[in-house]
Design a protein around this ligand. Structure first.
Ligand code: P6P
Length: 335
């Protein structure tokens, strides 16, 4: 089943039917996430009109100045999900501690990690931003999950997705059975299947990296990017194009549609913190999606989904996208 025009709810329900002993809880949770994304799309789209642009007077756990929308979209996610009975706990980029389910609500069997508004520094300059989420199973018999219960490798993810608030609002989803893209039809308020079974071309001539960090990169990344820039005048048999949106959701969506390699590698400036992007709610969900679409996702030294987490806000280097280019960068890290 992947006919264009199917609503996301019908798609999710029909996927659930493929798992006879499913309880419908994951379907319910995904439906609540879809509602959150619709609300966030509305707020992002009208932020300038309703005075939600600009910075809040606060910093998040990362020590980054929060945008008003960072806080508001975090509240949207928490308030749409905490009463549903599908979750045992949540973890958010914007909140240091694990978010417990209030006493008055039932708990469920899943854990969710999310970045409610990734790339929010782009809000005020009208560049695409997004919501990224990852769903894990809560360990059996755990009633009050702690950070330890979230420390599961990316391979344990049950579902991952992101919503990109751009010229169109699109929700990209995987439950381990391929990647499907849904476009928000604002006239009816439904996400409609428009990009069934998305796959990433194995080759590409387009790289995405923040070139201003070049002097801080390690040698394998220096070599790879230098070869891309040299093109046919160097050792590569083609010229390359470059993109950098400073918004991971925009980069990953582009790669899903036409291939590419996205890199936020370790560099001497951020080596102490282990990288820039966060494992649990950026790198792992995006890696699940990229791998399900036929791409690869590596730290340069290992598959990102094999990294054993040690903290909810842990950072990792990220090299993801078209299989043959990621393999080339990984080989440079080996030699
Ligand atoms: P820089 C956004 O803040 C983000 O987490 C990713 O979405 C994006 O790819 C990266 O950071 C941008 O980082 O250093 O270019 O601002």
């Amino acid at each position: 089943m992947s006919e264009i025009g199917t609503s996301i709810i019908q798609f999710i329900v029909e996927e659930q039917r493929a798992h006879p002993n499913s309880t419908g809880s994951l379907t319910g949770l995904m439906s609540d996430i879809v509602s959150s994304c619709k609300k966030i799309a509305h707020l992002v789209n009208r932020s300038g009109i309703i005075g939600l642009g600009g910075a809040a007077e606060s910093e998040n756990v990362q020590g980054e100045v929060q945008k008003k929308l960072d806080i508001i979209t975090n509240d949207v996610m928490v308030e749409h999900l905490n009463w549903t009975g599908h979750l045992a706990a949540m973890a958010s980029e914007e909140i240091e501690e694990v978010i417990q389910i209030p006493e008055q609500y039932p708990k469920g069997k899943y854990l969710i990690t999310f970045d409610p508004l990734d790339g929010s520094s782009n809000i005020d300059v009208n560049i695409s931003v997004g919501t990224i989420f990852s769903i894990l199973r809560c360990p059996e018999g755990v009633d009050n999950p702690t950070v330890e219960d979230f420390m599961q490798k990316g391979t344990e993810q049950v579902c991952a997705g992101f919503c990109v608030y751009g010229p169109t609002t699109m929700l990209i989803l995987t439950t381990g059975n391929g990647v499907n893209g849904f476009t928000l039809d604002r006239d009816v308020g439904e996400f409609i299947l428009t990009h069934p079974k998305m796959t990433i071309p194995e080759d590409t001539a387009e790289f995405a990296i923040n070139m201003s960090n070049q002097r801080f990169w390690e040698q394998p990344v220096q070599r790879y990017i230098e070869e891309c820039v040299q093109g046919v005048e160097g050792s590569r048999d083609k010229d390359f194009n470059m993109r950098w949106n400073a918004s991971m959701v925009a980069e990953v969506y582009r790669i899903l549609t036409r291939g590419g390699i996205f890199m936020y590698p370790i560099d001497s400036k951020i080596a102490k913190q282990g990288g820039k992007l966060r494992l649990m709610y950026e790198a792992n969900p995006m890696s699940f999606i990229v791998e399900q679409a036929g791409g690869l996702s590596s730290t340069g030294h290992q598959r990102i989904m094999e990294v054993q987490p040690t903290g909810v806000h842990q950072r990792v280097p990220v090299i993801l996208g078209s299989k043959n280019e990621v393999e080339r960068v990984v080989s440079y890290h080996k030699s």
